[in-house]
Design a protein around this ligand. Structure first.
Ligand SMILES: Cc1cc2nc3c(=O)[nH]c(=O)nc-3n(C[C@H](O)[C@H](O)[C@H](O)COP(=O)(O)OP(=O)(O)OC[C@H]3O[C@@H](n4cnc5c(N)ncnc54)[C@H](O)[C@@H]3O)c2cc1C
Length: 434
């Protein structure tokens, strides 16, 4: 039997792949439910993810998995509108004329930004195509230096800087240009008139998760089961698991750690130098929509970097008519004020922030708020990141242990559900190859 640590998408995908190849696999999940960062809340209609989620058109592995599991007909592609809140105004940023009308960038800034997005390097006046294809070439280039050189100071100050600060706080300067370019490419398909095409399941990502759990077999998954020790040699190993009923040990042929690298380190001593940021994220149910935008980036001093109005993407009828929006902030270190607050403090801070941006917002229109927080939700994609990724096969460092967590190569240049599935498959394939 192969023991899998973690029942997020990566661990479940690894179990599925191993079983497809005729191997026995068992998933141990510390939380009471599977799903990890893609776990969901109940609403008066469909379930909704505790942390916002959508797919990009460039992601294929998750679509193939949905087809294998027979839920691809429930995957819907919709337009997700974007806007930028600056100086009290919501600027839509979807259609060419909306971008042209954006007052905080000059025409020259917009031209340089457009060329970067189209993968055209216009430095020196001679256009060069597909210039940003090899992300590895930009791995050691500081993001600020890259933006200033490849776009303009206006683009840097009025477009990228607020977004970088919202995502990485005061650590934004450590990020590599490769991450930025990866993000630009990752944002798959756009319709010139309607905006970006994004994927979401009818029933939310719970649709995929439930189908995957069914395929793996509920009898092969134990929740409320934290793996606390791994004794690994190149043959049979033992996995110690703690549940409410006490501690059990399991003989395993191999182990897949499909969790954050700190878990890998605790279990095997393997050290990974990648730093992670945390997230505080609330779902707020309101009677009325706040804006008509899905994704609102915010260049103002408020405690959240973005407001994501889920029901401007997926119809509110799916949630019993409630309008659902996410307020989200990334946390760079535990001392930060927001991280120290309890849920009611966070929720107060969000509502104060929303009120300051939208004075007409009425707190009485809030039905409920649910807050999720997790200290490790995304890597800081700093320069030299690729040298720090954890290999799928840990080799002599931990014989018989394979890694499928967020510090793996498949989760670069941005972590995603698709990347989690790829990582799970890659760790399973590494086992199958031995
Ligand atoms: C705010 C936010 C927004 C996101 N938006 C998107 C998006 O729009 N699109 C997208 O594709 N992706 C998005 N993601 C990323 C996506 O959620 C992750 O990449 C993916 O869910 C990671 O899956 P995983 O299985 O690798 O890790 P996790 O989901 O973290 O799963 C790891 C599991 O291991 C368990 N575990 C830990 N230690 C132990 C132990 N000792 N024993 C047993 N179990 C253990 C944990 O409880 C957890 O369930 C977002 C993430 C966040 C936080």
């Amino acid at each position: 039997m192969i023991g899998i640590v973690g029942g997020g998408l990566a661990g479940l995908a690894a179990a599925y792949r191993l079983q497809q190849a005729g191997r026995e696999a068992h998933v141990f999940e510390a939380a009471d439910a599977v799903g990890g960062l893609a776990a969901t809340y109940e609403t008066s209609g469909d379930r909704i993810e505790a942390f916002y989620h959508h797919l990009s058109k460039s992601e294929e592995t998750i679509v193939e998995l949905a087809a294998e599991l027979g839920v691809d007909d429930r995957l819907e592609w919709r337009y997700g509108s974007d806007a930028y809140y600056v100086d009290g105004v919501v600027h839509p940023m979807n259609k060419p004329w909306e971008i042209l009308a954006y007052p905080h960038l000059s025409l020259y800034d917009k031209f340089r930004l457009g060329m970067l997005v189209l993968d055209i390097d216009v430095r020196g006046g001679v256009p060069s195509f597909d210039s940003y294809e090899r992300l590895e070439d930009f791995e050691d280039v500081p993001v600020k230096e890259f933006i200033l050189e490849h776009t303009s100071r206006g683009c840097f100050e009025h477009f990228f800087l607020p977004l970088l600060r919202a995502k990485f706080g005061d650590r934004w300067e450590e990020v590599s240009a490769a991450w930025l370019l990866g993000r630009i490419k990752f944002r798959g398909e756009r319709d010139i008139l309607k905006g970006e095409v994004l994927g979401y399941f009818d029933g939310g990502f719970a649709t995929l998760l439930d189908a995957l759990v069914e395929a793996v077999g509920r009898e092969n998954i134990t929740t409320g089961a934290r793996v606390t020790d791994l004794e690994c040699t190149d043959g049979v190993s033992t996995m110690t698991v703690e549940t409410a009923d006490g501690e059990t040990t399991h003989a395993v042929d191999d182990a897949v750690v499909a969790a954050m690298p700190n878990v890998l380190e605790d279990l095997t001593g393997y050290e990974c130098d990648i730093d992670f940021q945390g997230t505080v994220c609330s779902v707020i149910s309101v009677d009325e929509p706040l804006t008509d935008t899905y994704w609102l980036n915010i260049a103002e001093e408020v405690p959240f970097g973005a407001l994501i109005e889920h029901t401007n993407f997926v119809p509110p009828e799916r949630y019993g008519g409630e309008h659902l929006l996410y307020a989200v902030s990334y946390i760079q270190r535990p001392e930060e004020e927001l991280w120290q607050m309890d849920d009611s403090g966070v929720e107060e801070a969000w509502l104060d922030g929303i009120e300051s941006l939208f004075p007409e917002f009425d707190r009485e229109s809030v039905n409920w708020i649910r807050t999720a927080r997790n200290p490790r939700t995304a890597p800081i994609y700093e320069r030299g990141y690729l040298d720090m990724v954890v290999p799928y096969d840990l080799g002599d460092a931990a014989p018989g242990v394979y890694y499928a967590g967020m510090a793996s190569r498949a989760q670069y240049p941005e972590r995603s559900l698709d990347g989690a599935i790829e990582a799970g498959y890659a760790a399973a394939d590494a086992i199958l190859e031995t």
